[in-house]
Design a protein around this ligand. Sequence first.
Ligand SMILES: Cc1ncc(COP(=O)(O)O)c(C=O)c1O
Length: 398
Amino acid sequence: MTYRSGRHFLQIPGPTNVPDRILRAIDMPTMDHRGPEFGKMGLEILAGLREVFQTRQPVVIYPASGTGAWEAALVNTLSPGDRVLMFETGQFATLWSKMAGRLGLKVEIVPTDWRRGVDPVLVEAKLKEDREHAIRAVCVVHNETSTGVTSRIAAIRAAIDAAGHPALYMVDTISSLASIDYRHDEWGVDVTVAGSQKGLMLPPGLSFNGVGEKALAASKSAKLPKSYWGWEEIVAANKNGFFPYTPATNLLYGLREALAMLREEGLQNVFARHARHAEATRRAVRAWGLEIVCAVPAEYSNSLTAILMPQGHDADALRKIILEAYDMSLGTGLGKLAGKIFRIGHLGDFNDLALAGTLAGVEMGLSLAGVPHQKGGVQAAMDYLGECARSGDARKAA
Ligand SMILES: Cc1ncc(COP(=O)(O)O)c(C=O)c1O
């Protein structure tokens, strides 16, 4: 390897850039996870997490990637053969549904064109059809990281209620938590799934279940086999800030720091910053004359923007050129979008100049790769960022 000067731009939609404050916090001697100091830290972290999940209910931490938290949500609450309603909004929703099938659940997956979120009207209709209440859970990915599309979590809750259906509501917030407004309690979510490596600005390795009362009650009688993932023992040990097994102590140091940073900035300001960067990015994409994957403006993601390549041009060839020439990683197209799209991550520890640099790398890359486009994307983004700064509004109305 030859040394490349300057910092790598890690603009994939997670893992995100880990701020120095968090790296420094992790770089501390590992402490006794049964000692008094740990218990204090554990309680502080669990309280801070509840603020970010916007909940008063328990949040369970696993030393696992997000996939582990998906599994935990299902095995804690459901029994073999239970019906679950899922929506194929993209690659991550597809993977979650495949996991559910492998665990012995009967999955009904509603297809989409991967360019829109879950339709609340359809949720209501599907649940009304289920007169016997055989569907035990509705699972939705809040921010589909493979497409840059969000689903309207509160509206889907309202649809479940309008159908008068008792199914559990489980939401994957892996690429939305601490980036896009998300309210576990107010939106009546039973299980929230989240991960460390995106809006929380940590390295990969931790994942979470926000657990509502109804889900906790369901876990008492759920029959899918569970041991390591079981909530009961963890929630009991967490009451004093401890864990029933060896926790990922140093990642927890990082999490404590991340929670402090989010509190210092203010969660609403964090959301406004993500909204500003997303809008600036979309303005750049439109100025380039390229197409955004998300077809429904109300469902645009504030964490990432997925962009369709013009016909006959390979997204991965563009990404390779940008990596080699400008030392920037962009997200690849996943599943059926492989080669057709690239994704710009604009979540986590990020600011206006980092975004301008990111978009400059894309615009220069488009030229270098000979991808047909118009110039001026970076300028359009800068104009918007300037308007926001002048008006003092972190996110000027789009
Ligand atoms: C929305 C979503 N769900 C689930 C996952 C899977 O998480 P992990 O790769 O951490 O296991 C990801 C990963 O990017 C994701 O973006």
